[in-house]
Design a protein around this ligand. Sequence first.
Ligand SMILES: [Zn+2]
Length: 128
Amino acid sequence: MLSYMFRKEYYYCSSCDEQFTTDELDYSVELEWYCPKCKDNLDIFALDNDEKLVVQRKYPEDLVLGDRIYVVGYGYHGIHELKNKNKIKKGYALSLLEHGRLEVTKDQWLNIHEGTWDPNDTSIDINI
Ligand SMILES: [Zn+2]
């Protein structure tokens, strides 16, 4: 599973220094994971089990080599670096380090691991 939403999420634009709820993101076409004001990629603060993650979401055409892709499935959670990307008929074929080949459609967004957050950081007003 790639287009995986975490149990609780908090959306933050570092350029505008503003936070958003999912209601403020545009559901009308498809989920857009960028800031509704400046169009920068949103940082998403999430809790996955006990891990405090910061991810960004990108569609396959926006992925760049070196992106750290969060792969989830059947009890497995792992982060794998993108080594190669090729356009195929259904979308893209991705080669992930220590994971292998993965085929995705072009409208399938992925979680890109940016880092972790500090629960003691009081600037993050998040109740998770
Ligand atoms: Zn913004």
